[in-house]
Design a protein around this ligand. Structure first.
Ligand code: HEM
Ligand code: HEM
Length: 214
C-alpha cells in the first residue's frame, strides 16, 4: 500500500511534548521523594542534604513544566489546525462521532478506525484534563514556594484553601500524572501497532502517514 505523509505537529508542539514529558518524570520522582524520603534521612545531620537537593531539582523541573504548559496554552488558541482545542474536543458533530467510533475501536467492538490528522477526540479530552490539572499543580506549587508573595497567597487561598490543603491536592494530582503516563504509553504503542500511521515517530518528526487513495 502507498502512503501519504502529512505534517501534523509544529516544532513548538514537539518541544512542548518532550519538555513536558521529561519534566513530569523528574517532578514525580522528586515529588515522591519529598513526600516520602525513602533513603536514610539520618544523613541530614551530615554533609549531604538529600531532601534539599530533591527540592532544588523539583523547582528547576517545575519552571520547565510551567514554561511548557504556557507554550501549550498559546498553541491551544494560535497553533496549527490540529493543535487548537476545537479540533480535538467533542464540541462539533464530527468530533462527537469520532469519540464514539474511537471508543468502539479501542474496545475491539469495531475494527474501523476513524483516521484524522490530529488527536482523536477521546485522547483530546484526556489531554485537556491533563493541562487543567497541570495548571492546578503550577498554582499550588507556586503558592507553596512563595508563601510570602501577595499574588500567590491571595489566589492560592481563594482557589485552593489553606496551604496544607493545597499541599495534599498537589500530592494527589501526582497520582493522576503517574496514571496518565502509564496509560498514555500503553495506548500510543498499541495504536502505533494497530493503526499504522507512524504515531510515535510523529511526535518526533511531526509527520503522520495516511493511506494514499489515488
Ligand atoms: C506534574 C507536576 C508536579 C508533580 C507531580 C509534583 C509533585 C509533588 C509532590 C508529590 C510533592 C510532595 C508533597 C507532599 O509533601 O505531600 C511536591 C512538593 C512541592 N512541589 Fe511539586 N509537583 C509538580 C509540579 C510543581 C510545580 C509546577 C511547582 C511550582 C513551583 C511545584 C512546587 C512544589 C513545592 C514548593 C513543594 C513543597 C511543598 C512543601 O512545602 O512541602 N511542584 N510536589
Ligand atoms: C517515551 C515516552 C512517550 C512517548 C513515545 C509519547 C508519545 C506521544 C505521542 C505519539 C503523542 C501523540 C498522540 C496523539 O496523537 O494522540 C503524544 C501526545 C502527548 N503526550 Fe506523550 N509520549 C511519551 C511520554 C509522555 C509523558 C511522560 C507525558 C506526560 C505525563 C506525555 C504527555 C503527552 C501529552 C500531554 C500529549 C498531547 C500533545 C498535545 O497535543 O499537546 N507524554 N505523546
Amino acid at each position: 500500500m502507498r502512503y501519504q505523509q502529512n505534517l501534523a505537529w509544529s516544532v513548538l508542539l514537539r518541544l512542548f511534548h518532550w519538555s513536558f514529558a521529561l519534566s513530569v518524570v523528574v517532578l514525580v520522582t522528586t515529588g515522591f521523594y519529598i513526600h516520602f524520603p525513602w533513603t536514610n534521612t539520618m544523613l541530614e545531620g551530615g554533609r549531604s542534604f538529600p531532601v534539599a537537593t530533591m527540592f532544588y531539582i523539583h523547582f528547576i523541573a517545575a519552571f520547565v513544566f510551567t514554561a511548557a504548559l504556557l507554550a501549550r496554552l498559546y498553541l491551544l488558541l494560535f497553533g496549527n489546525r490540529q493543535e487548537r482545542f476545537w479540533d480535538f474536543l467533542p464540541i462539533t458533530p464530527k468530533n462527537i462521532v469520532n469519540l464514539f467510533k474511537t471508543i468502539a475501536n479501542y474496545l475491539y467492538i469495531s475494527d474501523k478506525y476513524d483516521r484524522r490528522l490530529g488527536h482523536n477526540t477521546l485522547a483530546g479530552i484526556f489531554y485537556l484534563v491533563t493541562f487543567i490539572l497541570g495548571l492546578v499543580q503550577v498554582l499550588s506549587g507556586f503558592y507553596m514556594l512563595y508563601p510570602e508573595n501577595v499574588v500567590w497567597q491571595t489566589w492560592g487561598l481563594r482557589l485552593l484553601g489553606p496551604m496544607q490543603q493545597a499541599r495534599y491536592l498537589h500530592y494527589l494530582i501526582m497520582w493522576y500524572f503517574i496514571f496518565f503516563a502509564f496509560v498514555h504509553l500503553y495506548i500510543v504503542v498499541w495504536s502505533d501497532i494497530w493503526h499504522k500511521e507512524g504515531l510515535i515517530s510523529s511526535i518526533v518528526n511531526g509527520r503522520k502517514y495516511t493511506p494514499d487513495k489515488s
